[in-house]
Design a binder for this molecule. Structure first.
Ligand code: ASP
Ligand code: MG
Length: 471
């Protein structure tokens, strides 16, 4: 049995939904899958804007945006559903959700305060809409499918905006509610990303959380596979917008995928990995527009990892743009202890995540996301010594499990980059990545040079695939 998760672009409009339904039906011929959906692409962002507008008492703005959300789904119904009775029922449901959304806007507007709890309520509508339409469209085509409100199964803590599931409870619910429906051959269509506290308050698992939902369900159902359907041909050797020769990776390990996710690859939510790893369930990253392309399998299964589609020194090159380097230089560091604790205490107090670090005896260089940069932070850091800042830089990370055991990799990387101005370099002792920082204007050159260095001689090896879109 499988969990099939479709991302926002794979259910974003009528033709995407039709395509996704065809894939679900193909899977159903083997065994009925659990279908976990994102909101239609762009809708969650709109809901966030609606919540913010309501919180600022910009009532007209919020209502206008809510009108757009409503219209998007009404249009979808119009295109997908022809049967009169079903259409009427579905339109009534969409109106009901829309009405609730508007009531929420008015409530927040009156109170004049947007709490995390109400924000989650706003954000939950996207998935409720998309799954409702999807399930109805399946039924209209005569397929055996059932819509499920995931909030009866996905019970979480009350950490609104980043809720975590209560594992035993969810597993029990999954096995008693979802499993029997699947077993009799009926597809279950449900929402990713959202859940509920024990006392019935709607929660969300954090942005991009529907991958996590899918992985959790895969683990609770002890499935054979988790399929993440998206709009790219699996995990790529690098961003194809930067390097047109980018290839789709056939097989990668969980640690490579997790590392890549943390380092800026946009394909998977890092937390997705954990529940799947624990039960050793392979995660497939597939393109719903090119369903016959092989995509990427993320697994730790030794049989797969000894096959000829796994290999290569470098697996992928990840880039994070819009970073800045903060360099703190202080003689106080020399031979002292406790300096680092104090310094990083500042970042922790500001809730800023430090991405890359490199230190010498008298200076610490680190990168943070440009968005978390603030003058107050810098002022406080100046208490430690001289502070320099470099804006408009990007971190580039070369990732691969095999880097750990290989000699001469750093030489190859930095040899290839001899004409690039490296602003910072970082590599851990047992790490599977080597990272460096360059000015944003040099990212494209740096990445295509590295791509040529590590991937051009692997063409035709079977480790990578030419993405279906560029064949
Ligand atoms: N719809 C949610 C978001 O955009 C969850 C997801 O798509 O994974 O963050
Ligand atoms: Mg997503």
């Amino acid at each position: 049995m499988a969990v099939m998760k479709f991302g926002g672009t794979s259910v974003g409009n009528a033709s995407a939904m039709r395509q996704a339904i065809a894939l679900v039906v193909r899977q159903q011929e083997k065994a009925a899958p659990l279908v976990v959906l994102s909101a239609c692409s762009g809708i969650t962002n709109k809901l966030v804007s609606i919540a913010d507008a309501a919180g600022r008492s910009a009532l007209d703005e919020a209502m206008a945006l809510a009108g757009q959300v409503r219209k998007h789904h009404l249009d979808l119904v119009d295109e997908l559903i022809k049967g009169e009775a079903l259409k009427k029922e579905l339109l009534a449901t969409i109106e009901q959700f829309s009405l609730r959304l508007e009531m929420l806007i008015k409530g927040v507007d009156i109170v004049g305060e947007l709490t995390e709890r109400s924000r989650d309520m706003f954000c939950s509508f996207g998935e409720l809409f998309s799954t409702t339409v999807f399930a109805a469209a399946m039924k209209e085509q005569g397929h055996d499918a059932e819509w499920l409100d995931v909030r009866t199964v996905m019970i979480t803590d009350d950490n609104f905006g980043f809720a975590r599931p209560i594992d035993e409870l969810c597993e029990e619910n999954t096995l008693s509610i979802i499993w029997p429906i699947l077993k009799r051959g009926t597809v279950v269509v449900t929402q990713g990303y959202i859940g509920s506290t024990k006392d019935g308050r709607t929660t969300t698992l954090g942005r991009g959380g529907s991958d996590f939902s899918a992985a959790l369900f895969g683990a609770w159902l002890n499935d054979d596979a988790i399929q993440i359907w998206t709009d790219v041909d699996g995990v790529m050797t690098c961003d194809p917008r930067l390097v047109p020769e980018a290839r789709s990776i056939r097989v990668m390990t969980f640690s490579e995928a997790a590392e890549l996710a943390y380092l800026g690859a946009k394909v998977l939510h890092p937390d997705t990995i954990a529940p799947a790893v624990q039960k050793n369930i392979p995660v497939y990253v597939l393109n719903s527009w090119h369903p016959d392309a092989k995509g990427t399998i993320i697994t730790n299964d030794p049989a797969r990892l000894s096959g000829k589609s796994y290999g290569g020194l470098v697996k992928s090159i990840a880039v994070k743009k819009e970073q800045c380097i903060i360099n703190v230089r202080s003689n106080r560091m020399l031979g002292r202890h406790g300096f680092m604790t104090e310094l990083f205490g500042v970042f922790s107090r500001y809730g800023i995540s430090v991405e890359m670090i490199s230190t010498s005896e008298v200076s610490v260089s680190l990168t943070v996301d440009e968005k978390s940069f603030s003058n107050e932070l810098i002022l406080e850091l100046k208490g430690f010594g001289e502070v320099d800042i470099e804006h408009h830089v990007a971190t580039v990370s070369v990732v691969g499990d095999n880097l750990r055991m290989s000699r001469g990799v750093a030489g190859r990387i930095f040899g290839a980059l001899k004409d690039v101005n490296l602003r910072m370099i970082s590599q851990g002792a047992s790490e599977i990545n080597v990272g460096f920082v360059v000015e944003e204007s040099e990212v494209a050159t740096a990445v295509s040079t590295l791509h040529r260095e590590f991937f051009s001689d692997l063409e035709g090896s079977g480790i990578f695939e030419v993405p279906a879109g560029s064949r």
